[in-house]
Design a binder for this molecule. Structure first.
Ligand SMILES: [Fe+2]
Length: 442
């Protein structure tokens, strides 16, 4: 083979990789038929101190604060995020920088050695079926504050001199309601469909610049203590990044499969204080995140009542999200329902976002356990990748105006001053349900 032939082969290979990368836009392909193996080329390999698995996390004041997080394969020594309000490019001089305040090794439990067969020693069993050692990985969290509301922030991640490409996100407005959230839960298994739904999320944001953030209703992975599963989830989460570098901040909720320490390490949360929290999306929209893994009564109920009381007269839209449904379409209700629902009623929550059931449902408006036009609509129940279940059509709150079904989906919630538009968007981009909730007269 001469040099020209070799160059041509290399050029062809590069061209085919570029073609593969550009062929994964949800607009161009039928996502249900997409060969997800081609997506691996889009994910950043965990190698050395290359910044990978980036995410922006919101928990408190989404107008002025964010946590920017990433993963490296080696611990490194210096981890910095550079950020600015104008594009500076990879080599540009960023105006601001923040060294990560929190770095550490993800909690990794190595697989147990195989059980010896009869007559076999433990050493022989290990030799026959050597357990695969899970490579270490390190989290980095940079908490940035004093941001300007409703502003595009470009950012670049750097670990020991290794830089990422430039990304950006938008902060929430200081006030007003003109934005959209995407909500989804249960990405925990069905990896191919999880990748496809991640592309769907990116596509929804690409089609509508009002999409501000992504709220996850919990159950990211099947076994919360397994780093190998989180590692996959985090790499696949890169697919929610838009081609132009836009990252949708994630507002996390904890599911029943997300046990162990890694959930807190992934999102940079304090285990003791961040199981429930309120994210302010400006002064007019509050998203209260609850934890259905912790008891509903006691400290959580006390916090919830005080929080709803504080927020209700102040905000236009008061939203709650949590993992296990109060009005489920498949399973029985969460044990939290007798505690949470009366508080939701008392403080006139506008909508409740649920997950866990692996289906789609929109209830009739419910107050005091009955259909009531002044009540709360409960929507969800998780379709970010997990296999879907059949719903129980006999439940009263799913009939006569309620609705249930089974398909992979996200919910797209458009806020405005007068109403909330809630759409269930399927993998192919079509809407299974398109429902409007009018603002309360408070
Ligand atoms: Fe669940």
């Amino acid at each position: 083979m001469n040099n020209n032939q070799a160059n041509w082969i290399v050029a062809s290979l590069i061209f085919s990789v570029i073609s593969m990368i550009s062929a994964v836009s949800a607009n161009d392909v039928d996502l249900s038929k997409l060969d997800v193996k081609s997506l691996v080329t889009k994910m950043t390999p965990l190698k050395g101190t290359t910044p990978a698995q980036w995410r922006v996390v919101w928990t408190d004041d989404a107008s002025r604060e964010a946590t920017i997080s990433w993963t490296t394969a080696e611990p490194g020594e210096k981890h910095v995020v550079y950020y600015r309000t104008e594009s500076g490019g990879r080599k540009g001089k960023p105006a601001l920088s923040q060294e990560c305040q929190s770095n550490g090794l993800y909690t990794i439990t190595q697989p147990k050695p195989p059980k010896p067969k009869e007559g076999e020693t433990p050493e022989q069993a290990k030799k026959r079926n050597p357990p695969k050692k899970i490579a270490p990985a390190y989290y980095h969290h940079a908490r940035i504050k004093e941001l300007k509301p409703n502003t595009r922030y470009n950012f670049v991640l750097e670990s020991d001199g290794e830089r990422s490409r430039e990304f950006y996100f938008r902060t929430a407005p200081a006030g007003g309601t003109e934005f959209t959230l995407i909500h989804g839960g249960d990405s925990r298994s069905g990896h191919a469909n999880r990748c496809r739904m991640n592309l769907r999320i990116a596509e929804q944001a690409k089609a509508d610049s009002k999409v501000l953030a992504f709220t996850h209703g919990g159950d990211y992975i099947a076994t919360g203590a397994r780093w190998d599963q989180w590692r996959l989830w985090l790499s696949q989460h890169e697919l929610t990044t838009l081609e132009d570098g836009r990252v949708l901040p994630i507002i996390p909720t904890k599911g029943n499969h997300d046990g162990g320490k890694i959930y807190f390490e992934v999102f940079g949360l304090e285990e003791k204080t961040k199981r429930w929290h309120t994210t302010m999306l400006g002064k007019d929209v509050a998203l209260v995140t609850l934890d259905t893994n912790s008891p509903g009564g006691g400290p959580q109920a006390e916090w919830l009542e005080a929080e709803l009381k504080r927020l209700r007269p102040a905000v236009r839209w008061l939203i709650v999200q949590y993992h296990r449904p109060m009005y489920p379409a498949v399973k029985g209700p969460a044990t939290h329902a007798p505690i949470f629902c009366p508080l939701f009623d008392k403080y006139n929550v506008d909508i409740a976002l649920e997950a866990d059931g692996h289906c789609m449902k929109r209830t009739v408006p419910i107050r005091d356990g009955k259909k009531d036009s002044t009540g709360i609509v409960y929507v969800g129940e998780g379709g970010l990748g997990v296999g879907q279940r059949e719903t129980n059509p006999d439940r009263w709150y799913l009939k006569d105006g309620g609705k249930a079904g089974s398909a992979h989906h996200v919910m797209q919630i458009d806020f405005s001053a007068d109403n909330l538009r809630v759409r269930f968007i399927l993998m192919d981009g079509s809407a299974w349900d398109d429902h409007t909730i009018n603002a309360r007269n408070l």
